[in-house]
Design a protein around this ligand. Sequence first.
Ligand code: F6R
Length: 232
Amino acid sequence: MKLEILDPDEWAPIVGARLVAFLPAGRRRRICLATGSTPEPAYAVFAAGGGALDDTEVFLLDEFMLPEGDPGRCDEMLSRALLDLCPAPPRALHTFDVSATSLDAECRRYEERLATRGLDLAILGLGGNGHIGMNEPGTSADSPTRVVELHMATRQNAARYGATSPPERGVTVGMRSLLAAAEIWLLVTGEHKAAILKQVLTEPVGSDLPASYLRYHPNTTVIVDKPAARNL
Ligand code: F6R
């Protein structure tokens, strides 16, 4: 695992430009994208810097059990933070149908699509309790894409994102598919993430801190700003 500590002013320009470079025209990349506050400034730089997704297959990382169109949903956040800012839609966009009659079948369908050709890159954020996607503490390293019960803090995140009511459940790409990605960027910013980042990087790898599994991944870069790195 590589660790990069950047000035807060440089963080978004560097991550955004790196994503532009990762998705050159003509390459059919497959990427999995987190939503939430952390990646938003980098996505904005990507779009403003001429980033295009026309040749890219995008997989949404997770979704809250909220009605279609709810502003707190991850697909809505991804549209606001990235897709609406890009000149053309992605080559393909994979999102979860959380209204499906069988959510288990929906998760299997998603996992099969992920497995077709794997992921070139997963861009992840770090939850305040060490979660990745909605892989909450207690998750095993080989967890599949599935329905999950959300921890209280994760429900409150949904409210922070504009959800009309706090969801109790969500669906998430599991650790198994994430750890199979060719490359992972774990994005962490802000002093409020300093304590959990230190735990993730220094405490024993295990299900108490799902993000710690990334330490066993051969090509993960943790890209943090200086306030988040304060305790390192
Ligand atoms: C969102 C997601 C979550 C967030 C995490 C950090 O798609 O997967 O795991 O990345 O909760 O959220 P922020 O960035 O809002 O602090």
